[in-house]
Design a protein around this ligand. Structure first.
Ligand code: NAD
Length: 354
């Protein structure tokens, strides 16, 4: 396959590029605008591979994207580029509208024009895989059944509303224009190379810095967690074998409250890197005023993907989390420059649980 990955310098996109380039028969072209969240250091281990190319480009630049699609003879678009942080979408939603909605629209236009010009056997093979989130479904009470592919969209934040809009556009381009699309909606990812504004890496690094571990509300909000390497295996499978026009939920079967996640990280760190004062990292936990519109619980029913495409998560949350803590302990070369504020306008210390 000749695969165009958008947003491949981000957390999940870089894991996807690392995974896909492991198959020498696949060629991967990564286009990324390199916003604050894009980091080419996450791609260091593959940057010189013959089946990998990086192009700095904005998905809203449809002329540029069209040129790349044609020049690289792309048969699969995997669309991950997005603004992704809920707190940022509350502080400043404009970029979320621009990239997640307008950007997806422009990418669809470029892909449709390209697909229509393909010879029939290549047009038959072509797929546009849109990567989305479970946050489009809104939230659940403790006892409510998990999200399925048929759950109605009720997004709460500017981020999830912009992702919901992009999902609708993708479905419309299939229904109205026939573009061969597949979609996936995944729960919260965690793992290596995760930008330290998100709950898990922020907690690890703030703990190591002896800073307060800020948790929204009482920390009772529940998220379903999936290791990023399990997610990218699912994405590759869906892009290859997913049924055109269908969407697939991807979940980790690992519902945990935010406070439990933070406490577990503290316990792992207590064992791996004890504090100099001998206390537990748990004493750094501080509860702060809740995020406006904070979703209570996300929970994904991923049984369709397991049943129809044979995917199963391999990593349990507890071992995956311990591996992730170890990765951060061993890879200061990656996160050190970010924490030192090499990214303009950051307020990492202030950010709290995602
Ligand atoms: P991320 O914020 O780490 O990375 C996003 C990437 O997109 C960055 O490299 C950034 O530079 C790039 N980008 C932003 N605007 C762009 C533009 N206009 N043109 C080109 N590139 C642009 O995000 P992530 O966590 O890796 O998420 C990737 C995708 O997966 C997103 O679409 C997100 O909605 C979805 N998703 C994420 C999660 C999660 O837990 N992180 C869960 C489910 C779905």
């Amino acid at each position: 396959m000749n695969i165009l990955v958008t947003g491949g310098a981000g957390f999940i996109g870089s894991a996807l590029c690392r995974y896909l380039t492991g198959n020498p028969a696949d060629r991967v072209v990564n286009i990324d605008k390199l916003t604050y969240a894009g980091n080419l250091a996450s791609l260091r281990q593959i940057e010189n591979l013959p089946n990998y190319t990086f192009v700095r480009a904005d998905i809203r630049d449809d002329r540029r994207v069209s040129e790349i699609l044609r020049a690289e003879k792309i048969d699969t678009v995997m669309h991950l580029a997005a603004e992704t942080h809920v707190d940022r979408s509350i502080d400043g939603p404009a970029d979320f509208i621009e990239t997640n909605i307008v950007g997806t629209f422009r990418l669809l236009c470029a892909s449709l024009a390209y697909w229509r010009d393909l010879p029939p056997e290549m047009a038959e093979r072509f797929r546009f895989h849109h990567v989305s989130t479970d946050e489009v479904f809104g939230d659940l009470d403790e006892e409510e059944a998990r999200f399925t592919e048929d759950t109605p969209y009720v997004p709460s934040s500017p981020y999830s509303a912009s992702k919901a809009a992009s999902d609708h556009l993708v479905r419309a381009w299939h229904r109205t224009f026939g573009l061969p699309v597949v979609l996936s909606n995944c729960s919260n990812n965690y793992g290596p190379f995760h930008f330290p504004e998100k709950l898990i890496p922020l907690t690890i690094l703030n703990a190591l810095d002896e800073q307060p571990l800020r948790v929204y509300g009482a920390g009772k909000n529940i998220r379903d967690w999936l290791h990023v390497e399990d997610h990218v295996r699912a994405l590759a499978l869906i892009a290859r074998n997913g049924v055109v026009g269908e969407s697939y939920n991807v979940g980790g079967n690992a519902e945990r409250s935010n406070i439990r996640v933070v406490e577990t990280i503290c316990d792992i760190l207590d064992a791996r890197k004890p504090r100099r004062n001998g206390g537990s990292y748990r004493s750094l936990i501080t509860f702060v005023a809740d995020r406006p519109g904070h979703d209570r619980r996300y929970a994904i029913d991923g049984s369709k993907l397991e049943r129809e495409l044979g995917w199963k998560a391999r990593e349990s949350f507890e071992t995956g989390l311990a591996r992730t803590v170890d990765w951060y302990l061993d890879n200061e070369w990656w996160w050190g420059p970010i924490r030192e504020g090499h990214y303009a306008g950051e307020r990492l210390g202030r950010l709290v649980a995602a």
